[in-house]
Design a binder for this molecule. Structure first.
Ligand code: AHM
Ligand code: MG
Length: 337
């Protein structure tokens, strides 16, 4: 078999990036490699999700007598496992866990990063074979190196982020990650078990024709959001409207599509969920960082997402995110109401 040396693996790419920073320690590359490793393991299980149902439902025991873990718990444990055994992460916060976890050992205490993640977002879609994803972000800790990390490390505003990314378990499996230098996408090549660079330097088109929102909640949205959604459905020669509505209900898939094709994704506050549904730390912030680096915008309707000072680990937020011009159009409707 001929090995195609044109392919650049995730590891090779992060090492290549490192050469631009002579003083870099390589910790971030290590951390991204660890996350990639966990993602490959999760990918294997996600692809067997249908079979897991045959072998036994979550919370039960399979034919080998092992506990069958729900996939989101499995994903959480994989990420936590690789990061705690690695030497580049001082602790983690997870959507699956009520509190942050400090990896209180010498190597971890001496590392400079903490990581927050939603191990398996959209997990309600597993049963029906719809794309789901892992979302993560990395902060430089503000607590003293050499000591255990603290709550303040996790409650930093998103603008302090060093890197963020997601893995989409879809028709193919992709890892997309952003640092301030750019956004790059890697597709998992199952024949060699490696993420390889497939989408270099992703830019979010400055406008698009797709709007993504849960229409069923329409009458629960504030007036400005309703007015914008109405406008999305009308003929408009200035903005190319009417737009196309696309909503999978799996944020990773919805935002990934809009990032590539151009579009806007909204999860506004509703009467039932006045603070919104999505989690600021695990869902909104990482995507806000990625989309901003790619040239788009992300707000909660009033404020830039990355400027919000978090007060709680599981804080909820409204989210409007996507192509710059579409976001600006939305902002005019929100301002008017
Ligand atoms: P989850 O973290 O419980 O999976 O919920 C987050 C998901 C997002 O992926 C998606 O955009 C949203 O919930 C869909 O919610 P809804 O079904 O209310 O439209
Ligand atoms: Mg989630």
């Amino acid at each position: 078999m001929n090995v195609n040396r044109k392919v650049l693996t995730l590891d090779e790419f992060t090492l290549q990036q490192l050469r631009n920073f002579p003083h870099a320690t390589g910790e971030l590359s290590n951390l991204l490699r660890d996350i990639g490793l966990a993602a490959k393991r999760v990918n294997v299980e996600v692809n067997k999700a249908g079979l897991v149902d045959i072998l036994g439902d979550a919370g039960t025991v399979n034919v080998q007598g092992e506990d069958v873990k729900k996939l989101d718990i499995y994903a959480n444990n994989q990420l936590m496992g690789v990061l705690s055994h690695g030497i580049s992460c001082a602790g983690i916060g997870s959507e699956e866990l009520p509190e942050f976890v400090v990896f209180d050992d010498e190597a971890s205490n001496n590392s400079k990063y903490v990581c927050l993640f939603d191990p398996l977002d959209g997990s309600g879609n597993i049963d029906v074979n719809v794309s789901i994803g892992t979302i993560f972000c990395v902060y430089r800790r503000i607590s003293e190196k050499g000591k255990p990390c603290t709550r303040e490390d996790f409650l930093q505003p998103g603008r302090n982020m060093v890197a963020a990314g997601y893995i989409i378990y879809g028709s193919s499996t992709m890892m997309v990650y952003a640092t301030r230098r750019g956004v790059n996408g890697f597709t998992l090549d199952p024949s060699i078990g490696e993420f390889t660079l497939s989408h270099p330097n992703i830019k979010c088109p400055e406008t698009g024709k797709i709007y993504s929102v849960n229409h069923g909640n329409f009458f629960q949205y504030e007036k400005g959001v309703q007015a914008y959604i109405d406008a999305c459905q009308k003929k408009n020669k200035d903005n190319g409207g009417p737009y196309t509505q696309r909503y999978i209900g799996s944020m990773v898939a919805d935002v990934h599509r809009n990032l590539i094709k151009g579009g806007i994704f909204m999860y506004p506050a509703t009467i039932d969920k006045p603070k919104g549904k999505l989690r600021l730390l695990y869902e909104c912030n990482p995507f806000a960082f990625i989309v901003e680096v790619a040239g788009g915008k992300a707000t909660n309707g009033r404020q830039r997402i990355l400027d919000v000072q978090p007060t709680e680990l599981h804080q909820r937020s409204s989210l409007f995110i996507g192509s710059r011009k579409m976001m600006e159009e939305l902002e005019t409707y929100l301002a008017r109401s």
